[in-house]
Design a protein around this ligand. Sequence first.
Ligand code: MN
Length: 276
Amino acid sequence: MKSTRQICSLTSSRPTLEGAGVHLRRALGFDEAPGFDPFLLLDDFRSNTPAHYIKGFPWHPHRGIETITYVLRGQVEHGDSMGNRGTIGAGDVQWMTAGSGIVHQEMPAGDPEGRMWGFQLWANLPASHKMMEPRYRDVKAAQIPEVPLPNGTKVRVISGAIGQVRGPVQGIVTEPVYLDVSVPPDTHFVHPIPAGHTAFAYVFEGEADFGQPAGRGARGGLAADGNLVSFSDGDQVAVKTGKAPARFLLISGKPIREPVAWYGPIVMNTDAELEL
Ligand code: MN
């Protein structure tokens, strides 16, 4: 008998100013991260106002983590100090393993209507991989399989698998699953997640019921646009929609369980390592 994960927390992304003055919504950050190991941060940057994103994220370093950028609308121009240049367009993913260090800039550019929308997730690296060679996985929209399920649900598989269909991003040490799930109204969606792995969902369209609260004080019930739901342990996540459809990111990964020393875009194990 598979055990269904319950809801540990249900929170709302909050307005945050980042980079050179980008107005975004932070769903997960420094204060919550201890409960989301191996994940550190999730930002939702959507805006129809170019002045709110155009200043972007000029030159800055990263070390010890991975940054995963998923663009829904508009594009992000990317460049790094090693001379790499590229554009992440609608539907594309850039999975960047900063490893020992990278200095880059990320500059959002809206679509022709001036609209921008994307997500950035930070995943931690274990001590054994923090100083690995930097690596990019640039995934174009067409390389990301969209799996239609018999109940009408559609899943874009960035990493992890739906049935026999595996996403293009593989071989990551924390075994992450990154799915973009669209569930029609009045539909059940159930997805297996390895027991012991951290799992959460971030809703960005519609609303859905992600299960029962895990204990006293936990909030259950419907999660809507902008809500982050974290799950208790178990073998699977079960989602149910009512009158409205829902679209959400479903993300899981293997916890690292190491000390975290985090200063801005650099995340190591000890304060001494931040000085280097
Ligand atoms: Mn960055």
